[in-house]
Design a protein around this ligand. Structure first.
Ligand SMILES: NC(=O)c1ccc[n+]([C@@H]2O[C@H](COP(=O)([O-])OP(=O)(O)OC[C@H]3O[C@@H](n4cnc5c(N)ncnc54)[C@H](OP(=O)(O)O)[C@@H]3O)[C@@H](O)[C@H]2O)c1
Length: 264
């Protein structure tokens, strides 16, 4: 194990499944204290049961990223329990997997999208990112350091037909990341984006989408795809990087291009 994250505190939203779960697992295995926040209690408990061990320092907390009160409750709990926060990963997200989008997935007509589904996706992927960052960044400002990450998607997905409202929600969140990176840089806080670089086998990927990808021989990435980029961002090598986007399946190319010798 080359990176030692002992004493390093991470709060990850949506860490109860998919890429968030895998990132939590790898950060824990390198010694970090990881607090997983998500909505569904049973899923959180299941994640805890598989991650908790004598060597690991993992916590779970129920939090709805679309609900400011729920977030503020967790922020107060966090301040009472922990002294600092090194890394906030805004990873919670919803997309084509939510109820109400079945007809749109079939017809591809944007007018088949129920307004409630549009709102839920923007509330989770954009407003949620804003509310969680608003609640936890003051602690980082007090510390004079920290790192904020947003899990996004590829540029192509943002603008491809059939991607309303998921694609536009991710592009709004990325624009916010660029603004935040500029506003927080002189406070010692770095803000970056990560994305897998393609369709990834998680709960967000519905069985019909997986079937479509398989039928058309299109690649499906595994949920561990962000483990190396997140370890790199948590490492000392990355403490001055801000306003950048790291793509999981192109990450080795990034390291090569910048001549970075990174062992995870
Ligand atoms: N899978 C892909 O192909 C793909 C591609 C590009 C980007 N992404 C992004 O990757 C991120 C992780 O998603 P995933 O693919 O790993 O899917 P996932 O397994 O469904 O994970 C999503 C996580 O978000 C949580 N979440 C959803 N709504 C929430 C809310 N209101 N409050 C708190 N937590 C909430 C879920 O917890 P609960 O189950 O408790 O709600 C779950 O832990 C998302 O931001 C997604 O947009 C995914």
């Amino acid at each position: 194990m080359s990176i030692n994250l002992n004493g390093y505190h991470v709060l990850i939203t949506g860490g109860s499944s998919g890429m968030g779960y895998e990132m939590a697992k790898t950060l824990l295995s390198h010694g970090a204290t990881v607090i997983i926040a998500a909505l569904n209690k049973a899923k959180l408990e299941k994640a805890y049961a598989t991650l908790n061990s004598k060597e690991n320092d993992v916590y779970i907390v129920q939090m709805d990223v679309t609900d400011e009160q729920s977030i503020m409750k967790v922020a107060s709990w966090y301040r009472e329990k922990f002294t600092h926060l090194d890394l906030l990963i805004n990873n919670a997200g919803v997309g084509g997997n939510i109820k109400g989008l079945e007809t749109y997935r079939h017809t591809g007509h944007f007018y088949d999208i129920p307004t409630s589904a549009f709102k839920l996706i923007f509330d989770t992927n954009v407003l949620g990112y804003f509310l969680v960052t608003k609640a936890f960044s003051p602690l980082m400002v007090e510390q004079g350091k920290g790192q904020i990450i947003y899990t996004s998607t590829s540029t192509e997905t943002m603008t491809r037909t059939g991607m309303i409202p998921y694609g536009p929600s991710k592009s709004a969140a990325e624009a916010m990341t660029t603004v935040l990176s500029q506003e927080l840089q002189d406070k010692g806080i770095m803000v970056n984006v990560i994305c897998p670089g393609g369709f990834t086998r998680t709960n967000l990927a519905t069985p019909d989408m997986i079937e479509f990808f398989k039928k058309n021989n299109m690649p499906i990435l595994e949920p561990t795809i962000l483990n190396k980029p997140i370890l790199f961002l948590a490492s000392k090598d990355a403490q001055k990087i801000t306003g950048e986007k790291f793509i999981g399946n192109k990450f080795d190319r990034y390291l090569e291009k910048h001549q970075i010798n990174f062992e995870d």
